[in-house]
Design a protein around this ligand. Sequence first.
Ligand SMILES: [Ca+2]
Ligand SMILES: [Ca+2]
Length: 442
Amino acid sequence: MKRTKRMVKRLFWGILPLLVLALASPAPGLAQSGTWTTKAPMPSVSAGPRGAVVAGTFYVVRPYVPHIGQDQAFYAYNPQTDQWTLKTNNPQCRHAFAIGVVDGIIYTAGGWDGGSMYDTVEAYNPITDSWQTKAPMPTARRDLAGAVAGGIFYAIGGNIAYASPYIRSEIEAYNPSTDTWTTGLAPMPTARNGLGAGVINGKIYAVGGDNGSDQYYAKLEVYDPAPNNWTTKASMPTARACPAVEVLNGKLYVIGGYNLVDGNATALNTVEVYDPETDSWTTLTPMPTARSNDASGAVNGVIYVAGGYDFLGNIFDTLEAFTPPITEITVSIDIKPGSYVNSINPKSQGKIPVAILSTPDFYAPDEADLSSLTFGRTGDEASLAFCTIEDVNGDGVADVVGHFYTQATGFQKGDTQGILKGKTTEGISFSGSDAVRIVPGK
Ligand SMILES: [Ca+2]
Ligand SMILES: [Ca+2]
């Protein structure tokens, strides 16, 4: 393909910031902090609901809370139809229990009824819409967290009214296939209740909570079942108790909850996400309704948050849905634009041109941080010489062409693809790949 000289701009790093500024325009389809939408409300308001997802349906237990006159109900929400239906109530009336899903069955453990602590474990089968009572949890308690890793349901922390210690650090493990509990596991480093938990790569991330005496935690502690130990990771920016916690695409989302503000319990709308790969937190778009003690579940990449209350006298039936920000973009690339063979001689002292083709959702000259481009057999090779901006495919929209030192690309005999990686000007990773044919050098 002939290049239109007029459209070729060679970029020198010194003028790059100016050029990026000059080309800046809104980036469609790239919500950087996530978006919230409001969905059909639950059939009734609920304080302290618990949520779980099975087969694309979001189940919410509206628990029995006698001191506010809340009776029991069990709902199922279908995200595709935006509709709620009523299901069979669990047998034992209680609230502040743990919840988790193993092999399509929802398990609940513990809680209390305003007077008594429960060790009760109940299992719900969505196919039969029925509950079964299972082996009781060794340590009856409330305000604990539930998490499922490796087919085991873990009950973590919580408190026991009138006991000493009041705030607990136990982690106890229920195996549904044998209906038995394991005790004596390494206790959580920080005893706490009102915590949340999520599982990433088989490890349990326990986050937030409080000590029952107005100390609210930002702590993130991670339990690895295989060595049976805990490690401490980066604390979240906002200390809080009773948030909604969900895992999506290997990241831990913490939503809402409460903390003391000027001595008053105050519901939060704060959304923060933890990335285990970088051990770091990012603050995202706040939830429209500030609330605590809400139910959550993730379906098809969307986190649903239902019910809860705000310490201002409001108990909610509100359902809000959070679509997380895009964390990885796939771009379309063309190695050696205009050539379909893409022959590469690894010993060549020349450069390989690789085009990032602009699309309606990704205008490459604006989106790509040109200095971030890497290219080669793994995509991580720092082989960039310079970039040009030109329309390589003749669609009238400018593309980016990176020119990469062949000998720095790391290609070897037998490689069949080349990978380009980079970051957008807003720091989002992107990558693309195209076929290559490695040819022998002299
Ligand atoms: Ca090509
Ligand atoms: Ca183009």
